[in-house]
Design a protein around this ligand. Structure first.
Ligand SMILES: Cc1cc2nc3c(=O)[nH]c(=O)nc-3n(C[C@H](O)[C@H](O)[C@H](O)COP(=O)(O)OP(=O)(O)OC[C@H]3O[C@@H](n4cnc5c(N)ncnc54)[C@H](O)[C@@H]3O)c2cc1C
Length: 371
């Protein structure tokens, strides 16, 4: 008899896993606690869904676990979505759906769902081991199955709820320490008056005055600190640094220090008080008049915004709990997919790539075992 798989969570990893199982006519039931599947897919990339990145080096992830590296590298997001009807476009190394719309991705995954029972507003409450297989208890009844895929995501942004680790905790699986990642940083000083102002610059993270990492791109001033993609990338490193943490902004990164001195001196003579306004955003220029070194404006890091403002969580189910197929070593037949695992990456498509790749890998494993 054909095996039945219950997937818990209709996000990126759960939907792709379900899509692949459904393509091979497997019996699949997906339980989704909210009234709308794929909410993070829809929100991703500002509604454009940055699906993946062509530069998949493990440097951009929190782990160099060889099993995870293989799963990431074995999956080609572009080919997969082409094959289910989605054309993609590449901007630099970033991959998007050609439609520029996240909805295209969610719909393409769900188009293959003829025989999948997708049950929304159905929260899985408990997974009970049976002699053969598992029983998943939910708010809408009990489901007997051979395999369970836990694809419950993380509480980052709250778009996927905040009970994401309840099932794995209940099973006694180890969950590593959790931190909000890809999140705005709170600083001192902060410039609430500059809220919404963007500046192209180099942002350097210092731990006890030692350079940890540099990112070049756009920084966005926020109410209590700094935001923008390069600040969010730096936020991923904070949990590893334990000294006095600072961000230094180089607002004139295209000029050397001596060039800056000459440039500013000349401009001051020529334009007087206006000397910074021809270079920077008007509001920013007014603040910068009181700043000594425009190539290294220091901000003390006093914290981050909490998980409700983060794009992902750093931490999750420990990789010690799973084998190379993401199957729990303590519970054969239970698989863990996507962000609920202790795998997270930079901005730029890395997190969706892992969610899709892990869902695909699990589907392939279940299908090969069922043969
Ligand atoms: C605003 C925002 C923008 C982002 N942009 C990008 C981007 O452009 N590129 C990128 O790579 N990444 C991006 N990310 C990160 C990316 O969206 C996530 O890492 C990815 O969606 C994780 O997929 P997942 O399948 O693991 O979990 P999710 O997509 O979060 O899905 C988990 C699902 O499980 C459901 N669930 C949880 N518990 C239960 C339960 N007990 N019973 C039933 N259902 C349950 C949740 O409701 C949810 O639908 C972004 C994240 C946010 C918040």
């Amino acid at each position: 008899m054909m095996e039945t798989t219950v997937i818990i969570g209709a996000g990126a990893s759960g939907l792709l896993c379900g899509c692949e199982l459904a393509k091979q006519q497997a019996n699949v039931i997906i339980l989704e606690q909210s009234n709308k599947s794929g909410r993070k897919i829809l929100a991703s990339g500002n509604g454009r869904c940055n699906l993946s990145n062509t530069n998949l080096d493990m440097y951009f992830y929190n782990t160099d676990d060889k099993r995870i590296e293989k799963i990431i590298n074995d999956f080609n997001v572009k080919d997969y979505f082409n094959q289910i009807g989605v054309l993609t476009r590449q901007v630099g190394t970033l991959l998007y759906p050609r439609s520029n719309q996240s909805l295209t991705i969610k719909n393409a995954l769900m188009n293959n769902f003829d025989q999948v029972a997708l049950i929304e507003e159905c929260q899985a409450l408990k997974i009970i081991k049976r002699k053969n297989g598992y029983l998943v208890k939910s708010t809408r009844g009990d489901y007997e199955c051979d395999n369970v895929v836990i694809a419950t995501g993380s509480p980052a942004s709250l778009l996927s709820g905040k009970n994401n680790y309840d099932l794995v905790n209940d099973l006694g699986l180890k969950v590593t320490d959790l931190f909000p990642s890809l999140v705005q940083i709170k600083t001192k000083p902060a410039y609430p008056k500059l809220k919404g102002v963007r500046v192209k610059c180099q942002a350097n993270l210092y731990n006890d005055n030692e350079l940890v990492e540099s990112q070049t791109g756009e920084v966005l001033f926020s109410e209590q600190g700094l935001s923008g993609i390069c600040i969010m990338q730096l936020s991923r490193l904070l949990s590893k640094c334990h000294g006095n943490l600072e961000i230094g902004l180089d607002l004139l990164e295209e000029f050397s220090e001596s060039e800056v001195n000459i440039l500013l001196e000349e401009r001051l003579k020529k334009y007087g008080n206006y000397y910074l306004e021809g270079i920077f955003n008007d509001k920013l220029a007014k603040v910068l008049v009181n700043v000594d070194n425009l190539k290294d404006i220091r901000f003390k890091i006093v914290g981050t915004y909490d998980y409700t403002k983060a794009q992902v969580m750093h931490g999750g189910v420990s990789l010690e709990e799973v084998d190379e197929n993401l199957e729990c070593t303590k519970y054969p037949g239970i698989y863990i997919a996507g962000e609920v695992l202790d795998v997270d990456g930079d901005c730029g498509g890395y997190n969706l790539h892992f969610a899709f790749a892990s869902g695909y890998h699990i589907a392939k494993t279940i299908l090969s075992k069922g043969k």
